[in-house]
Design a protein around this ligand. Structure first.
Ligand code: IVH
Length: 680
């Protein structure tokens, strides 16, 4: 470094520190301190310096996270402290058993005034175990668990993971620190990787754990760098330091101070009943988490007690994993049916041997389209892996080819609509096949009417799916406009409809005539125009006439309306059949109050994103959302640094804690209602 000027060295160290600091705020604390543009600017300055003075480049430079030269193989690493696994408990009784054995071993039974044992409860992250070695605060090696005694050196790959510090932060840095933790892929990243694989025609991963393992097994660390992996620390292997914490929780706190991410739900409890309560609480939060967990790990908090308890075979006596019900199960594909939707899309639906997975019994799963059938290489009779994690609909993740029966039948995509026999067409470049029957197709008419009558659209009470099927099948109605011509006498003749419900239905249809422009636009069933887009159109154009008259250019000027939606809107209103249905609806008396142009102009929450979480007791969630959208706010499903305000009701969980950690203002329902009243 002899010929590097002193001021360059100083600038370089300062830039490195600042970038590492931004990185920590962004990836570990989820609380960015500077905009992305500022981070990029500093990174470019750092890279310029490194280009000018290559001798500067050190292993802890944030520029080194992008991956480097590919390896030809991984070298082996012998773990100085073995990487153990955990025993499992599958019931509350087994957990009590675990504590009884601990108490026996510690001679607890003899002393009646002993306090409860303290446990640290941690989510069992469903990823890949890793060991990270730091010498004098610098990351020198990353290794997989392997068989617990010998793993593989994946240093180049772990360096690309942004939540892993390249250099420890803060004070009291140990001389030697081996951090153990889990590398995992959040569900969002997993979905994105699989979506990209589908586009590229590549194989997809069955679950986030396999995707994380596959990403770490890459010899080319640039591939690992492209995967949004995260790492949470959960324990320590080798440790040489002046200060040694007394408890596991203090050790986790020290790890957090040194720059590691610690799971947000880690909690200290006393006694097994509180462990059980934690399990129940986390089981309730599981679907809403951003990552997969497959259970809870309980660890005796006192490190001296841990030492006294020691190990049996390959697992410690002081920790246990309580497993959740599985999110993946095997079952059999019994048949495939083809359903026709509102826009004519023909969707293959898998009929499955019912199976309990992710907390529900699954007997159907969508196969999406013909490409998906081809990609999975699936046949009727096959054994398949069903995955249901989070709130997402169950997916067929994989076909178990080894179990394919000799009489497995290939799935043939029909050429004609199973409902109206019109031909099925596939537009170049689109995955979806559509029935060309349009409003001649009974299936499309039925879906259009069901959508029109649904709660968030025209909200016609009593017009359920079965009744719509009956009315269309019997030729009583052919379009949504016919609903408003219905007479009680026509309905009373129908099977299963009592006089009273016929009269109620006619009254409900009549009541639905008073609506709002936003709901009316949504109820028309224009492709890709959901509730929020209906509201956006109403807010921006103010009248139905203005929406109908809008051309592509005017639509594209509206925030949140992209070229695809804009094209669907223009196409819809250019179709004379649609215009005549709209005219008939208007003549039947469907109407809405004019939008107050002043209120529209003022839109006090324009540009803000709000999040509603937890229960609402006075106002319905749908109404709260409508009111916010009418004031110009976007209502989002997850909290981020960009969230302006969170409304949290009883039972709010991870979204509330995230808002609190990001310092985002939170109000309860009463405060929200007062806020609306003031804004009125
Ligand atoms: S503690 C001796 N804590 O579960 C203690 N493990 O069989 C060993 N895991 O492969 C591990 N989350 O990768 C611990 N909070 C957590 C964990 C966790 C996930 C994984 C770990 C290991 C397996 C245990």
């Amino acid at each position: 470094m002899a010929n590097i000027p002193e001021h360059v060295l100083r600038d370089y160290e300062r830039l490195k520190d600042e970038l590492n600091q931004h990185n920590h705020r962004y990836y570990v604390l989820d609380d960015p301190s500077v905009p992305d543009s500022e981070y990029d600017r500093q990174m470019r300055l750092l890279q310029d310096l490194e280009e000018q003075y290559p001798d500067l480049i050190s292993a802890d430079s944030p520029s080194q996270r992008v991956g480097g030269e590919a390896l030809s193989s991984f070298t082996q690493v012998r773990h100085t402290v073995a990487m153990l696994s955990l025993d499992n408990a599958f019931s509350a009784a087994e957990l009590e058993d675990f504590e009884r054995k601990i108490k026996d071993r510690l001679n607890y039974g003899a002393l009646s005034d002993n306090p409860e044992i303290d446990y640290v409860c941690e989510p069992k992250l469903d990823g890949v175990a890793v060991s990270l070695l730091y010498e004098s605060g610098l990351l020198v090696r990353g290794a997989t668990r392997g068989d617990g005694a010998v793993g593989e050196d994946i240093t180049a790959n772990v360096r690309t993971i942004n939540s892993i510090p390249l250099k420890l932060r803060g004070a009291n840095i140990p001389r030697l620190l081996e951090v153990r933790g889990e590398i995992y892929l959040p569900r969002g990243g997993f979905a994105a990787i699989n979506a990209a694989a589908i586009v590229a025609g590549d194989k997809t991963f069955v679950n986030p754990r396999n995707a994380a393992a596959g990403s770490l097994r890459q010899l080319d660390s640039k591939i690992t760098a492209s995967r949004p992996l995260e790492m949470c620390a959960y324990s320590v292997g080798q440790f040489e330091a002046d200060l040694v914490p007394d408890t596991h929780l203090l050790m986790l706190e020290a790890l957090a101070d040194w720059g590691f991410k610690i799971n947000e739900h880690v909690q200290l409890v006393s006694g097994i009943p509180d462990c059980e309560e934690y399990y129940e609480r986390l089981a309730g939060l599981r679907d809403g988490l951003a990552y997969d967990i497959d259970g809870i790990v309980y660890k005796v908090n006192d490190l001296k007690l841990q030492q006294r308890l020691g190990f049996v075979a390959k697992a410690p006596r002081w920790a246990i994993a309580r497993k959740f019900p599985a999110q993946e199960e095997m079952t059999q594909l019994l048949d495939v049916e083809f359903q026709v939707g509102r826009t004519g899309a023909v969707t293959p639906v898998a009929r499955l041997q019912p199976v309990f997975v992710g907390g529900v019994t699954v007997s159907n799963a969508t196969l999406h389209n013909g490409d998906e059938i081809e990609r999975l290489g699936i046949c009727i009779g096959d054994t398949v892996i069903i995955r249901r994690a989070g709130d997402v609909i169950p997916q067929i993740a994989k076909v178990v080819l080894e179990k394919r029966p000799a009489d497995a039948q290939p799935i043939v995509f029909p050429e004609r609509c199973p409902v109206c026999r019109s031909s099925i067409k596939r537009v170049e470049g689109e995955a979806v096949a559509r029935c060309s029957g349009g409003l001649f197709c009974g299936a499309q008419i039925k879906q259009a009417i069901k959508h029109f009558a649904s709660r968030k659209a025209m909200d016609i009470d009593g017009l359920g799916d079965k009744l719509v099927d009956l009315l269309v099948d019997q030729g009583v109605i052919f379009s949504v406009a016919d609903l408003y011509e219905l007479k009680t006498e026509q309905l009373t003749g129908l099977e299963r409809l009592a006089d009273k419900s016929a009269a109620n239905l006619v009254a409900a249809i009549d009541a639905s005539k008073q609506t709002s422009l936003a709901k009316f636009l949504y109820s028309l069933g224009i492709r890709e125009v959901g509730e929020a887009t209906g509201q956006t159109l109403a807010n921006n154009f103010g009248s139905l006439e203005a929406v109908i008259a809008a051309d592509l250019e005017q639509l594209l000027e509206v925030d949140d309306i992209g070229p695809v939606v804009a094209k669907h809107i223009v196409d819809f209103f250019r179709n004379p059949d649609n215009l005549s249905i709209i005219q008939a609806l208007r003549e039947a008396g469907v109407s809405w109050p004019d939008i107050d142009q002043n209120a529209q102009a003022s839109q006090p929450l324009k540009g803000q994103t709000w999040v509603l979480t937890g229960g609402m007791e006075i106002m319905s969630r749908a109404e709260a959302k409508d009111r916010l959208q009418a004031m110009g706010a976007k209502v989002a499903g997850s909290v981020s640094a960009k969230t302006a305000q969170v409304v949290a009701g009883p039972g709010a969980g991870s979204k509330l804690s995230k808002a609190q950690s990001l310092d985002i203002p939170v109000m309860d329902e009463a405060e929200f209602i007062a806020f609306l009243a003031e804004a009125d």
